[in-house]
Design a protein around this ligand. Structure first.
Ligand SMILES: Cc1cc2nc3c(=O)[nH]c(=O)nc-3n(C[C@H](O)[C@H](O)[C@H](O)COP(=O)(O)OP(=O)(O)OC[C@H]3O[C@@H](n4cnc5c(N)ncnc54)[C@H](O)[C@@H]3O)c2cc1C
Length: 429
């Protein structure tokens, strides 16, 4: 097979890229996806929130903050056009102590810098919170009204259908294996197929760093996978709160965010996610983790991740996450800090766990923002974590704009679906 551009991965990011490239350029677009469906992994195994950008430091998480600030309006317009659920329900971010309150003040400033309007973000004291949400206990909280709940799996499927209408080809059940970029074009062995392509875009989620390494890119970086687990609440909790409730993370420099009280778009309530270190981006089961353990542990010990493995604070936090993985009560108790009346006995079913892959620098630190790395005839998107689903459409446009600047694609049209993409690119700049 031949294509001008081959995207590896039909998660929400790879599919958003295919959606815009197939409409805005004259390049032929092929998407390789190893799973039987688009959004088979993290893109449907998440909390389903369209996150307001007040949580993201406009300097350290610049790309995520900019993409999230445009994501809400873009997904709202998309959902409306497709008749897909989009619930603008808002979120409460609660602080339980003085440190948390200081962090909320920082979030207020970040929210404003990231484009939220004054009436979309309110700092409340504990008694105001009690009037709004009688079950919630906290010192202070931010109420953000520009936050939504959706089904990102359905959004991705719908993007894929549109991309196909505009000529993009999706090969499902097709894993990109050997990739040879040493010649003028790139050759990819993918199952029964050999693909010859001018440009590879690596949007392979938890496998992105492995693919980058195999092409000689980002060799100084490593990753650690974290499984985020959920517990579903019984139906009697459906009206416990009006909005989802998040707590200020106690250790924001680590990817342990502390589980939330989640109200999903269809009213189901869950507690989660925790962040349990695992050995595979698909480490949902013991068997998969056991299979990947030997190679992953060697990889970690021979990279910057080794420093994290011997960091006492990381070890102690990871131990807490393990406990909340094996004990439902420990997990629910983390949320009882702000919803004290929750009863662990009212949670009978585990929710759908998803894995995030956090990139670690050679110095042993978690990388805060998404990374776009270039190789020969290839672009690699690494560390594409939360709020990755929220920001997928604008982030895809940002990547395409970089390709345009380098002369690798030419924008032939600017109207794509409900958007004039030149306007979005102006806002992203
Ligand atoms: C627990 C959890 C909760 C989250 N909650 C939210 C939230 O509420 N809001 C939000 O905005 N974000 C959230 N996120 C983050 C968001 O889900 C991710 O940033 C986003 O889904 C990443 O999309 P992706 O397309 O990069 O990756 P993926 O969805 O992982 O897609 C990558 C695809 O590449 C495929 N692939 C890999 N290797 C190959 C290969 N060699 N050949 C072919 N195909 C390959 C995989 O099968 C996969 O389908 C959450 C993440 C987690 C883990």
């Amino acid at each position: 097979m031949k294509s001008d551009i081959t995207i590896i991965g039909a998660g929400i990011l790879g599919t958003s890229l295919a959606y815009f490239l197939s409409q805005a350029t004259d390049s032929s677009v092929l998407v390789l996806e190893q799973a039987p469906e688009a959004a088979y992994h993290t893109s449907r195994r998440n909390t389903g929130k369209v996150h307001a950008p007040f949580l993201y430091d406009p300097e350290r998480k610049r790309l995520f903050a900019r993409a999230a600030s445009l994501g809400f309006d873009m997904w709202e317009a998309f959902a409306k056009g497709k008749g897909l659920p989009f619930k603008r329900d808002g979120v409460l971010e609660v602080a339980l102590d003085e440190n948390g309150t200081k962090r909320l003040e920082k979030y207020m400033a970040w929210g404003e810098r990231n484009g939220l309007q004054k009436d979309e973000l309110k700092l409340l004291d504990g008694s105001e919170v009690s009037r709004l949400e009688p079950e919630v206990r906290c010192q202070n909280a931010i109420l953000c009204t520009k936050d939504g709940s959706v089904d990102y799996g359905k959004f991705t499927q719908s993007l894929m259908e549109d991309a196909k209408t505009h000529g993009a080809q999706f090969l499902l059940n097709t894993k990109a294996e050997e990739i040879d970029s040493t010649k003028g074009t790139v050759t990819i062995s993918a199952g029964q197929q050999t693909v010859e392509t001018g440009l590879v875009i690596n949007a392979a989620g938890g496998m992105a760093i492995d693919i980058a390494h195999s092409m000689g890119v980002a060799r100084d970086l490593a990753d650690i996978h974290f499984r985020g687990e959920y517990w579903q609440a019984d139906d009697e909790y459906r009206n416990l709160t009006k909005v989802s409730v998040y707590s200020v993370p106690k250790n924001p420099e680590y990817p342990f965010l502390d589980p939330h009280w989640i109200v999903r778009h269809d009213g189901r309530c869950e507690v989660g996610p925790n962040a349990v270190p695992v050995f595979s981006p698909y480490g949902y089961t013991f068997a998969e983790n056991a299979k990947e353990f030997p190679s992953k542990i060697i990889e970690m010990l021979t990279s910057g991740a080794a420093r994290m493995l011997f960091d006492p604070q990381f070890i102690s936090l990871a131990a807490g996450e393990f406990l909340s993985s094996v004990s439902k009560t420990v997990m629910i108790n983390r949320v009882r800090e702000f919803l004290p009346n929750l009863d662990p006995a009212k949670f009978h079913t585990r929710g759908t766990a998803g894995v995030r892959s956090s990139v670690i620098s050679s110095g042993g630190k978690f990388v805060p923002d998404a990374l776009i790395k270039e190789g020969k005839n290839s672009v690699h998107i690494l560390n594409y974590n939360s709020p990755g689903a929220t920001g997928a459409l604008p982030f895809a446009l940002h990547v395409i704009d970089q390709l345009r600047e380098k002369g690798l694609v030419r924008l032939a049209r600017t109207q794509c679906g409900p958007w004039d993409i030149s306007r979005i690119l102006e806002l992203l700049a």
